[in-house]
Design a protein around this ligand. Structure first.
Ligand SMILES: Nc1ncnc2c1ncn2[C@@H]1O[C@H](COP(=O)(O)OP(=O)(O)O)[C@@H](O)[C@H]1O
Ligand SMILES: [Mg+2]
Length: 249
């Protein structure tokens, strides 16, 4: 199962919780192919299974059925140790609540994954400086998280997620704690990354955020009910972001 340029391939993927009367099919036999450099949004109401799906895509949660292939390698059957290594080196996670280390500066937060992956302090520092520049925060490198706005904190978290040049960036409600201006900053950044070839999966219940992606998969009750490749997909639509600006205020 390694044909084409798909970074991610998912086959009949399921996650069940509980049993008997209490059985919950959080994700129910889902199939998905994500080609390289696609910005995919997964949208749907709260509780439909978005986070569970994302966690399984990145090896944070084990499926109860089906397969996940990342860059042609099956990951759902890996050992805990191999999964931890995969999460450290090949997957970038971005969460709604940022999850920065509060005692560390922006730069130190971004250095951390490279250090954990065994890079030299010097290489980690160089990489962090580059990434903070890329997310527009070079002048905030020495700031602690509490000295940054929500949007800035999320951009630091995105820089951190990119530290080890992940095969795929997985974001769970990345704009859920942000106002419209900060949301736009983050979406513009995602578009820049995608234009540079980064593959992204963004989970959101905000349909406006979803609509800025190349493709939107809609979920209900653990299954996909729609898969729309948005028109005008080139470099992902500046026009769609303009629509978001119109909804401001
Ligand atoms: N650890 C768990 N134990 C039992 N049920 C769970 C657990 N995690 C998630 N669920 C259930 O699985 C469903 C999907 O949850 P989730 O993936 O968090 O949805 P979403 O991210 O779309 O809000 C929900 O019904 C939720 O209550
Ligand atoms: Mg969720």
């Amino acid at each position: 199962m390694n044909e084409g340029d798909d970074v991610l391939q998912v086959r009949s993927l399921s996650k069940q919780h509980g049993q008997g009367q209490g059985l919950v099919r959080a994700v129910d036999e889902v199939d998905l192919d994500v080609p390289a450099a696609q910005m995919l949004s997964v949208t749907g109401p709260s509780g439909c299974g978005k986070s569970t799906l994302l966690h399984m895509l990145g090896g944070l949660e084990r499926p109860t059925g089906g397969e996940v292939w990342l860059a042609g390698r099956r990951i759902d059957t890996l050992s805990e140790r191999a999964l931890a290594r995969l999460r450290r080196r090949s997957v970038g996670f971005v969460f709604q609540a940022f999850h920065l280390v509060e005692e560390l500066s922006a730069a130190e937060n971004v250095e951390l994954p490279a250090l954990l992956a065994g890079r030299s302090p010097r290489a980690a520092r160089r990489r962090a400086a580059l990434l903070l520049e890329r997310v527009g925060l070079a002048d905030r490198a020495r700031h602690l998280p509490w000295e940054l706005s929500g949007g800035q904190r999320q951009r630091v978290a995105i820089a951190r997620a990119l530290a080890n040049e992940p095969l795929i960036l997985l974001a769970d409600e990345p704009t859920g704690n942000l106002d419209t201006a900060a949301t736009l900053d983050v979406l513009r950044l995602f578009e820049d990354l995608r234009a540079a070839g980064q593959t992204l999966v963004i989970v959101t219940h905000d349909e406006r955020v979803a609509a800025t992606a190349d493709r939107v998969v809609s979920m209900r009750d653990g299954t996909f009910v729609d898969d729309a490749r948005l028109a005008g997909t080139g470099p992902a639509g500046a026009g769609r972001l303009d629509g978001l600006i119109g909804l401001e205020g």
